[in-house]
Design a protein around this ligand. Structure first.
Ligand code: ADE
Ligand code: ZN
Length: 340
């Protein structure tokens, strides 16, 4: 298996509060709360499945809230997520931070936005472009969504909003006013859709002029929708291991990434919540190579889609694309990894 750690990467779909490294949490829980955690949590086991979305969300309450609630916790998570990306040679990342969590913890939003700003500046100096998307929790309803959107639209550090949370019973159409407000104020809008429910959710989002969908996995059930996504070049942020662990697909082998790709839809590869699925973007790429026979050129094509959609200036985009095109795993890396 080639060493993919040096490949220039882009990640469009990760949640700040679910993307820290476990060892950093272990150290933080001990330092802040004197609490020891196992070296490897039980849900890192490859056979682990979350049978309900609520079971997965409880991990955030149990492990992230106590960390975020400390005076330095938010900045510690932020620093760790950015460092984890940098170590994988991710050159561009879109990070979703949950407004519901900011509120639950009680940090003033202005303070959080300042922390995001200073971390993004630091990352930029290291050659990593970070863009932040304010995560709107669906279950808080449309009025709250609009209030939050109005608040974050004033902040230049916020590139856009990203509707997330439980899809069941909360179609994107309920949030049209918030989306319009964001778009009128020059912000991007992304929607998690077709992750937990069927293709209608994706059709709804596309009908609202959304061109970047979180997951969109269930589009594969509807050939007509696939044509529409291809014609409009709607980008899908696919997260295969997340879908497997949350039981949104029958198995990893059944993930429709190749069908969607072959239909001409710009797909990208992402980790979603690596802290809870135990697999980062580089590892997800390895997994797709090992278990689905993805090639280096597949990985490069999917990364190219991400760089092309990225909220960056054209010179930076060109530089990232050229860097990616020029990259090949060296012979030494291939030998060091041994036969697959
Ligand atoms: N928030 C964090 N992870 C999520 C996921 N996989 N789907 C929807 N909302 C989320
Ligand atoms: Zn997500």
């Amino acid at each position: 298996m080639p060493d993919l750690s040096t490949m220039p990467k882009a990640e469009l779909h990760l949640h700040l509060e679910g993307s820290f490294r476990w060892s950093t949490l272990q150290e933080a829980m001990l330092r802040h709360h004197g609490k020891g955690l196992p070296a490897t949590p039980s849900w890192y086991h490859s056979g682990h499945r979350f049978h309900e979305f609520g079971e997965f969300l409880r991990l955030f309450q149990d492990y992230v809230d106590p960390w975020l609630s400390t005076p330095t916790g938010y900045r510690e998570i932020l620093r760790d997520v950015v460092e984890g990306l940098w170590l994988q040679n991710v050159r561009y990342a879109e990070i979703n931070f949950s407004l519901g969590l900011v509120e639950r913890i009680g940090h003033p939003l202005e303070r959080v936005l300042e922390w995001l700003q200073s971390e993004a500046e630091l990352a930029h100096q290291q050659g990593l472009e970070i863009r932040f998307f304010a995560g709107i929790n669906r279950h808080r309803g449309s009025e709250q969504a609009l209030k939050w959107t109005q608040q974050v639209c004033q902040a230049s550090i916020v590139t856009g909003i990203d509707l997330h949370g439980n899809e069941v019973g909360w179609p994107a159409s309920l949030f049209e006013t918030a989306f319009q407000f964001a778009q009128e104020h020059g912000k991007r809008v992304k929607v998690h859709a077709g992750e937990m429910v069927g293709p209608q959710a994706i059709r709804d989002a596309v009908g609202l002029n959304i061109t970047q969908i979180g997951h969109g996995t269930s589009a594969s059930q509807d050939p007509e929708l696939m044509e529409r996504l291809r014609d409009r070049q709607v980008l899908l942020e696919l997260c295969p291991t997340s879908n497997e662990r949350l039981l949104n697909i029958p198995s990893y082998k059944a993930h429709p990434i190749f069908a969607l790709d072959q239909a001409g839809i710009p797909v990208t590869l992402n980790s979603d919540d690596s802290a809870f699925f135990g697999i980062n973007l580089t590892q997800e790429m390895h997994r797709l190579m090992a278990e689905r026979q993805a090639s280096i050129s597949d990985l490069k094509r999917w990364t190219t889609h991400a760089f092309k959609k990225a909220a960056i200036d054209s010179a930076t985009r060109q530089a990232f694309l050229l860097e990616l095109e020029a990259w090949t795993p060296s012979d030494q890396q291939m030998i060091a990894a041994g036969p697959s």
